[in-house]
Design a protein around this ligand. Sequence first.
Ligand SMILES: C[S@@+](CC[C@H](N)C(=O)[O-])C[C@H]1O[C@@H](n2cnc3c(N)ncnc32)[C@H](O)[C@@H]1O
Ligand SMILES: [Zn+2]
Length: 266
Amino acid sequence: MKNYSILICPKCKSELERKDSSLVCKNNHCYDFAKQGYVNLLLVNQKNSKNPGDDEIMINARDLFLKEEYFSKLKDEIKKQIVGNNLTILDAGCGSGYYSEGLENFGNLYLTDISKIAVKKASVNKNAISFVSSIFELPIKDKTIDYILNIFAPKPQNEFLRVLKTGGKIIEVVPGKNHLKELKSLFFNENMRENEEKFAYNELFLQKTNKLTYKATLKNNDDVIHLAQMTPYWYKGAEKVKDMLKNVNTLEITFDFIINIWSIKM
Ligand SMILES: C[S@@+](CC[C@H](N)C(=O)[O-])C[C@H]1O[C@@H](n2cnc3c(N)ncnc32)[C@H](O)[C@@H]1O
Ligand SMILES: [Zn+2]
């Protein structure tokens, strides 16, 4: 049985209940499930554009690349950080929901992203509750979440502090300084990131930092292009590099991830 009881109405903040194919609050605000199984809880005034979040090219590229499992070690590492059962887990800025696949076995899993295209993809996980919302204004009750997955996504410290239970944790993944350095150097003639983003949650306690670094060889041109299209390099980079990449069929790439586990200060 899916548990909708942590969800609140984005308009009046009262509890939402499932009625047939909608979520409804006591003030009769009603949100219908799409045929794919997700629900849109993002109000028009919470959007800063018609299609907020990552664009379709980026979302499709990330989805296709992740399906090739180059990042399965990261996915396993994330799963290892989760301890317990009957947990409430939120993948916030979930994209296609790749990293939270299987986490429904720990309890109730919620997937959210501001991009409808992303949530549509994430809603293939029929064991999770998927909804469109902004990570900065989550339609979720206070102190209801045990774990938040925050994987390459925005970092709304106050909103996460509001929804986390006492003892709740954030599993944050950010790129390390060598992440995709070979790809970056093709675009920008440089290969180091300036800073590792490390202190996003200064009101929480950084319980643990794990680094995960390995090299992989991309096995065909689709993988090369999809990886490039997942990054800001593709959008900021020169056309001549993009054209050159269209003829690259293999590429050795460094993956460098930092996994930070944050908990609420006692
Ligand atoms: C780099 S992608 C990462 C997606 C996913 N966590 C993954 O690693 O595959 C960042 C995601 O954050 C989403 N996003 C951006 N701004 C957001 C916001 N204000 N609220 C919710 N999601 C947001 C984007 O639409 C995008 O899907
Ligand atoms: Zn309402």
